[in-house]
Design a protein around this ligand. Structure first.
Ligand code: 13P
Length: 275
């Protein structure tokens, strides 16, 4: 039986590359992954490269993602980027709530909820990042933390008194549930070279899927893709790919090398051809 969910591999370039570097990268990467069609490939360059990279990707099967967005459509918000602007540049996905944004830029679950809704409203598929810190893991609170983050991001917290509250996300999501992606990224595994054990990541991915079934429905939960992120590289990726509830990866460091990232893509494709 084939896999129900299409595998997804996302490169999060974070704050790396200027135009010449990006173009050099694309020359190598697009060539290496030309044959890939079962696995969905996505590049998330910084804002400044969205147009350059997006133009090159138009000639390929690879999709474009942004790393962040602001939740208002337009207005006096100096320095911010709106969902409409991302849509205009051809972004198919947007990363929301990355742990670096939570930790360094003070993003709360409430802000992340607004960003997620704004992305869906603009028909950009959000890749929602969740994950526990080392302290939380040591305290045995991983799943509790994941639950708070997911409920906070996906579900309307108690409605603000008086003013009209937004409808529950479930209604907004509806048919487009496949457009939501969750990335399980344990904070302690990000950029450290220490990845989670695949079976541990799988247990947490399963926990997330069961929670999604409660929040939406079993059917929708089966369609939502759950990625693993945190020190993924060609040596450890296959262990994650073989887990039934892990549908791909969100890759930082290893995605900066076009050869290494293409290798990850080929690994995912090979397994997808088998299953
Ligand atoms: P690394 O792959 O560098 O650990 O980064 C993971 C990440 O944060 C992707 O969003």
């Amino acid at each position: 039986m084939g896999r129900e969910r299409r595998r997804l591999l996302v490169a999060n370039w974070k704050m790396h590359f200027v135009r010449a570097q990006a173009l050099e990268y694309l020359k190598i990467f697009t060539e290496r992954v030309r044959n890939i069609n079962k696995t969905e490939l996505v590049l998330a360059p910084p804002f400044t490269l969205l147009e350059t990279v997006g133009r090159e990707l138009q000639k390929t099967q690879i999709k474009l993602a942004a790393q962040n967005l602001f939740y208002e459509r337009q207005g006096a918000f100096t320095g911010e980027i709106s969902p409409l602007m991302l849509k205009d540049l051809g972004c198919h996905y947007v990363i929301v709530g990355h742990s670096e944004r939570r930790r360094l830029f003070g993003e709360t679950d409430e802000i992340i909820n607004k960003k997620l809704r704004a992305a869906l409203d603009a028909e950009i598929a959000p890749i929602l990042c969740v994950g526990e810190t080392l302290e939380e893991r040591r305290a045995g609170r991983t799943q509790q933390v994941l639950e708070v983050q997911i409920r906070g991001a996906l579900h309307t917290p108690s409605p603000p008194s008086g003013r009209g509250s937004p409808p529950p996300l479930r209604e907004g999501l509806g048919e487009r549930s496949e457009d939501l992606v969750i990335a399980y990224e344990p904070v302690w595994a990000i950029g450290t070279g220490v990845n989670a054990e695949p079976h541990e990541a799988e247990a947490n991915a399963l926990f997330i899927r069961e929670l999604l079934a409660q929040l939406f429905s079993a059917e929708i939960a089966q369609k939502i893709r759950i990625l693993y992120g945190g020190s993924v590289n060609p040596a450890n990726f296959e262990g994650f790919l073989r887990q039934p509830n892990i549908d791909g990866a969100l890759v930082g460091g290893a995605s900066l090398d076009p050869e290494a990232f293409a290798q990850l893509a080929q690994m995912a494709e090979r397994l997808s051809e088998l299953s």
